[in-house]
Design a protein around this ligand. Sequence first.
Ligand code: NAD
Length: 278
Amino acid sequence: MSIPTIPLNSGHAIPQLGFGVFKVPADEAERAVSEAFEVGYRHIDTAAIYGNEEGVGAAIAKSGLPREDLFITTKLWNDRHAGSEPHAAIRESLDKLGLEAVDLYLVHWPAPANDQYVNAWERMIEIRDAGLARSIGVSNHLPEHLDRIVAATGVVPAVDQVELHPAYQQRDVQAWGKAHGMHVESWGPLGQGKYPLLENPVVTAAAEAHGATPAQVVIRWHLQNGLIVFPKSSRKERMAENFDVVGFELSAQEMAAIDGLDPQDGSGRVGTHPSELN
Ligand code: NAD
């Protein structure tokens, strides 16, 4: 099965569909990522704060897959924005992952109350220039945070990874990305199971029409919107289900109906607001 790739502003390309490991416990990460590789995933999304980079690294080492076939993302945690801490943090992550460089390194949250995210972004640029991250980006950054880091450095993040699913589409972040050549990654693409997305009649009707599952329909919606997506599941059969999404296409009407699921008042958000997390 061929997963499309998306060219980033760094000159590198990212597989549009990957596997996320948020809340995969450290002692399960090696098994989960090994199974994801068996299913066919080559793009893995982890973070220092997930506490499972060593398990991800063990799965990479055991896989025998050529390094150039893999796309590995990790993230800088909020308490390491200041001074030269980002440099120490990337080296720790690389040690745990057993890699010389990650494909994508992200500032995990702006944590604006600490007001160190501009420093973090300046250090990320140095990390990229030192060859420790092929591409650099951010996560949970709102347009106001993006404007500030670009004004300070002139460097546009390759991606912004934000909570994004049909009930919370972050259209302002998507518009910012289009205007500046930055791609958007959807975290919690299935709504983290926190609202009844997969039972929504708009989703189930499209699923029936295509002989697909509701999760596959939602993943297609992300892909057809040009979003980068990495649903998480600890179960191999669901990993396979979530990867089996290139054999059908949602119609313009089905896409529009799913677009209509966002109440557009912010009430569809299931995670923490970026201005509130430190
Ligand atoms: P998700 O929307 O992918 O939901 C995962 C949950 O959906 C699973 O635990 C499972 O219960 C359910 N699920 C998965 N496949 C299913 C299927 N086929 N059918 C029915 N239910 C299914 O949420 P997520 O894990 O939070 O997000 C995906 C990834 O995004 C994470 O693993 C992580 O890599 C990333 N993420 C990043 C941030 C951030 O702040 N940058 C925050 C959260 C998640």
